[in-house]
Design a protein around this ligand. Structure first.
Ligand SMILES: Cc1ncc(COP(=O)(O)O)c(C=O)c1O
Length: 432
């Protein structure tokens, strides 16, 4: 339990001396010592309030400290904290059933794990078992987790220091319209990005490819919303070549885009959905691989070579059931769609006023501003000072390279969005 008598400096010092911080040169970290939170805000140990514009790590979808989820975890802890993964429990069974109801099409059966990377690693194993093939196609501008297998799927630069990692992964280019890798504009586009996927399938040999994995909407690599026909056409390619389609909805799932899952926008049913984050809103760890009834049936009489001590952890399953109850009872997914439209409008206005905003992209409450040195060259801006100024002004958000994210809890109001956007605009303006 946290010792409340520690000063903010003591909290930071202990954390820095005895624990590692992710993705950081350790001497460079300057963490906020967070001590309490509520709704869309959290406070540091000195009482400074921050507006949470990234739902912590794009996972705290229902907002901080929701009493329904706290109570569910407390009640589950009081009755059964843990059960061997080979035992059956009520929260695990009920959660599996609920997930089958909210996921699209024939997605039916869930393998539980603890986070997004584990979900993707287990999905890859299941795809390889089911198809008897070994190659996996993934995109360059993607993040699928940091464990050895998941980092191999990840296409961005975080993969490079970890190589060689899991063999058999081949990357392909993204439908990144602002910086089209094929040199087209929206007006001249012929969807070379989709032809490119088929070319890669042909070069790699369709009979060797188990699955294509893509984020429902690309998150940390720049909030890349694909053209409307992209997912359906990749689905058709997978059907043509007998390749499984995996939607990584770790970040884009659970209402973030204004629908349960991002693929729902395009009425696409993938063969598997991997997810984590918003499934429990981060209150306790949980990840999931949800597979079609056909894939589930394959394992009816064959061994599932997957296992984790904490698969189906009762506390996690109880938290997820309560989180889904909150999404439904409080209409948070509908709010994400409504507030998403408002946010898109406000971001377009900011872009019109601020020349350093090269592009704004959003779907639901999943949004980002791409900050450039100038619009003609699209040269990425340096964001170090922007990050510091936002934090000094009480706004907490995620910045990846030159991309500034707006991914608040789904319970946010228009007034709270305005509050954060005003801070962002003043910081962008003052940056010259
Ligand atoms: C799309 C996506 N997939 C997978 C992961 C990995 O999830 P975790 O950090 O829970 O392992 C993330 C994390 O940000 C993600 O955004």
């Amino acid at each position: 339990m946290t010792n409340p008598s520690l000063t903010s400096q003591e909290i930071v010092d202990l954390n820095r001396e005895y624990t590692f911080f992710s993705w950081s040169v350790q001497n460079a970290v300057a963490p906020i010592p967070v001590t309490k939170a509520e709704g869309v805000y959290f406070w540091d140990a000195d009482g400074k309030r921050y507006l949470d514009f990234s739902s912590q790590l794009m996972n705290l979808n229902i907002g901080h400290q929701h009493p329904t989820v706290i109570r569910a975890v407390q009640e589950q802890a009081a009755s059964l904290c843990f059960a061997h993964p080979a035992l059956a429990t009520e929260p695990r069974g009920r959660l599996g059933q609920k997930i089958a109801q909210v996921t699209p099409g024939n997605l039916k059966k869930t393998f539980f794990c603890l986070g997004g990377a584990e979900a993707n690693e287990n999905a890859v194993k299941m795809a390889r078992f089911y198809t008897g093939r070994h190659k996996i196609l993934a995109r360059y501008r993607s993040y699928h987790g940091a464990t050895s297998g998941a980092i191999a799927l990840t296409g961005d630069y975080r993969r490079l220091p970890a190589e060689p990692s899991m063999p058999g992964v081949v990357h392909f280019l993204d439908p990144y319209c602002y910086r089209c890798p094929f040199g087209w504009t929206k007006e001249t586009c012929h969807r070379e990005c989709i032809q490119h996927v088929e070319d890669i399938i042909q070069y790699e040999g369709p009979d060797y490819i188990a699955a294509i994995i893509m984020e429902g909407v690309t998150g940390s690599n720049g909030l890349i919303v694909p053209p409307d026909d992209y997912w359906p056409r990749v689905r058709a390619l997978c059907d043509k070549y007998g390749i499984l389609l995996i939607s990584d909805e770790v970040m884009s799932g659970w209402g973030r885009t204004g629908k349960w899952f991002a693929v729902d926008h395009w009425n696409v049913v993938p063969d598997m959905i991997t997810t984590a984050k918003g499934i429990t809103s981060g209150y306790v760890p949980l990840g999931a691989v949800i597979v079609s009834d056909k894939i589930a049936g394959y394992f009816d009489d064959k061994m599932l070579w997957c296992g984790l001590t904490y698969s189906g952890h009762p506390l996690s399953c109880a938290a997820a059931l309560a989180t889904i109850q909150v999404y439904e009872e409080e209409g948070l997914i509908e709010n994400a769609a409504r507030m998403g439209e408002y946010l898109a409008q406000r971001l377009a206005e900011i872009k019109a006023r601020q020349a350093c905003v090269g592009d704004v992209r959003s779907i639901g409450l999943f949004a980002a501003l791409e900050i450039v040195k100038d619009r003609a060259s699209k040269a990425p801006a340096d964001m170090v000072e922007v990050g510091k100024a936002l934090r000094a002004n009480g706004l907490f958000t995620f910045i990846f390279r030159n991309i500034l994210f707006v991914v608040p809890p789904l319970c946010i109001s228009a007034a709270q969005l305005d509050e954060g956007l005003a801070i962002i605009e003043s910081v962008l303006q003052n940056r010259g």
